[in-house]
Design a protein around this ligand. Sequence first.
Ligand SMILES: Nc1nc2c(c(=O)[nH]1)N[C@@H](CN(C=O)c1ccc(C(=O)N[C@@H](CCC(=O)O)C(=O)O)cc1)CN2
Length: 299
Amino acid sequence: MAVVIDGKEAAASVIAAVTEAAGALEKDAGVKPGLAVVIVGDDPASHAYVNSKSKMAKQCGFNSIQHSLPEDTTQEDLEKLVAELNADPAIHGVLVQLPLPKHLDAEPVILSISPGKDVDGLHVVNAGKIAAGDLSTGLISCTPAGAMLLVNRIHGRDLSGLSAVVIGRSNLFGKPMALLLLAANATVTMAHSRTKDLASVCRNADILVAAVGRPQMVKADWVKPGATVIDVGINRVPAPDKGEGKTRLVGDVAYAEAAEVAGAITPVPGGVGPMTIAMLMANTVIAAYRAAGKAAPRF
Ligand SMILES: Nc1nc2c(c(=O)[nH]1)N[C@@H](CN(C=O)c1ccc(C(=O)N[C@@H](CCC(=O)O)C(=O)O)cc1)CN2
């Protein structure tokens, strides 16, 4: 049976370190990290994530601000709000919750965030720094940064000699994750929906990372015995056993059967998910240290 990689516990230790770093910055430089979270529309899941972010920011000792905009917000108004937050010296991190309502284009909104305040790490300047192998002067996208910390818990920081397969090629996760694994010296393959014989590609992986958005797609016979499996999927599926209309959360990996083969595996829930919010707090405190002209902590 695989070791279960506990994302809640890992996230709690990041949050403890962030809280300590925030306290030290306020004491030494009189700067309280400030996080502004912007949400547009009424999507209940997005509101739940944003509320968790605002609550966690307060818990870390940050100045936490939430802007909830109506569904019919225009592109211009959203970008105007981002410009105001960019100019506000009390705000060190700006985040726009995704997805946006269909009439809005996320890309120009992300590009309108100052790269130094882009605590989601999605601006092309921050993405480009990772691509160039610079992991120390930009801000790294939260979910891949969190997934890497979980990989490091099993394998350490140097992945020399290990093969890694990332299934999924999104800008939000797959591409930055592959680059982080490469920067740690893993031999990386990016697989996706057009990959031929995906199962056999995955079976070569010492580290298998699934981010496909398809419930339980990765089966036990896709997993190399002893491999580390990182499941980034968050899929809500019907759970008739819990009652009519009830749902449960599952990942992109068929967890119970994959855990019989893997050496280590992240659960869903309680794996990569909690790391996303912890790394957002880490990026905010890093941005605040840099704005104060101080050397930023590493997490
Ligand atoms: N601007 C952004 N938008 C979105 C991001 C993001 O990183 N930046 N990621 C996702 C949603 N998300 C954060 O925003 C997020 C998703 C899931 C979790 C999490 O902790 N999941 C739990 C389960 C929660 C549940 O019960 O529903 C887990 O996996 O254990 C945190 C954050 C899309 N949008």
